[in-house]
Write a protein that binds this ligand. Sequence first.
Ligand SMILES: Cc1ncc(COP(=O)(O)O)c(C=O)c1O
Length: 399
Amino acid sequence: MKLSEKVLAMQFSPIRKFNPIAQKAKDAGKKVYHLNIGQPDVPTPEVFMDAIRAYDKKVIAYAESGGNTELQDAVIDYFKGYGVDFERKNIIVTTGGSEALTMTFIALLNPGDEVIIAEPFYTNYHTFATAAGGKVVPITTKAEDGYHYAKREQIEACITDKTKAIVCISPGNPTGTVLTLDEMKLIGEIAKEHDLWIIADEVYREFAYDDREVTSFSMLPEYADRVIIVDSVSKRHSACGARIGLLISKNEEFMTNTMKIAQGRLCSSTVDQVGAAALFRLPKSYYDEVKAEYCARRDVVYEELMKIPGVVCQKPGGAFYMTAKLPVDSVEDFLMFLLTEFDDNGETVMFAPAEGFYATPGLGKDEMRIAYVLNKEDMRRGVELIRLGLEAYNKKNNK
Ligand SMILES: Cc1ncc(COP(=O)(O)O)c(C=O)c1O
């Protein structure tokens, strides 16, 4: 008996793969600061729990395949706040942004088709694309350039007759890079000239710091027929376990045909949709508060990282991640050392090695991703442990 080539070509999540080793460290009594996974500690807004508590149906029935209309209407009103008009037919509620991406790739890709993504990118795109028979073609970006990629020559060099779409994750995971409206327009122009789809992964939409505007591809009506927006309550509403995402597009052919996939999987969680509708009705002040907290954490992480000799990293503009180059040959080897050999007063730290966020073999071996999802004090201590760990690691290796 044989498994499919597709599943064999997939990789394990680099974010979770060191968990068993971290568990061993914990079993041995060490405290591990988890900077490896994008699981925020910010409380889920009370309105979510209130809406679920008020749910008084006798039967938890299937929802509509496209989603519950109260949630769709809440999403429509939320986008009106950014001057964008959607209708219910433009929205399919999904089981997390992950299912929205899976559906999108199934709907767009034939075997061998390519999607362009700036690397390093959210690692599960490998899985989504491979499951649909497609292939990720990376635009390589660098720590030294703040992982920016919106340059015409760089993007066009990746386009072949197999290219179907350009994926834009902004604000980005794992880099925190935020596209400006001008960069988005350039990508829109390129997509139009080459007749490509734009998959806009905006699950971190409001988390744009300093003076950066909140941007969305939905704000560019001239490209509306080729834009597919992926959204989710996981990050911005701190509700990862609610598993509610959205697929939003004004392209009727895409929405009509993707509805076949949505119907095939019946529906997304009925009860979680009730809570999610309340989340999309939160006032703007909610986002401002959460954003201020993440921004302050980013500053702490950056400040602490800059104390480590040899670290290369630019202060990112959004999301809650930072990718940085460390002065080691193998970040995976260093992480193993942190989890198995090192501690400072019984404490150690865990981050995600960045290699798995690249599609180009060999890249990212000396980079790590930090998720600043713990409070400022813990983040400061976490990065301090990386600094102390590096000193101990270099000593051990006689550097
Ligand atoms: C860029 C990006 N897109 C999509 C997702 C999927 O999130 P979910 O399925 O929880 O909505 C994540 C999760 O980390 C992400 O970082």
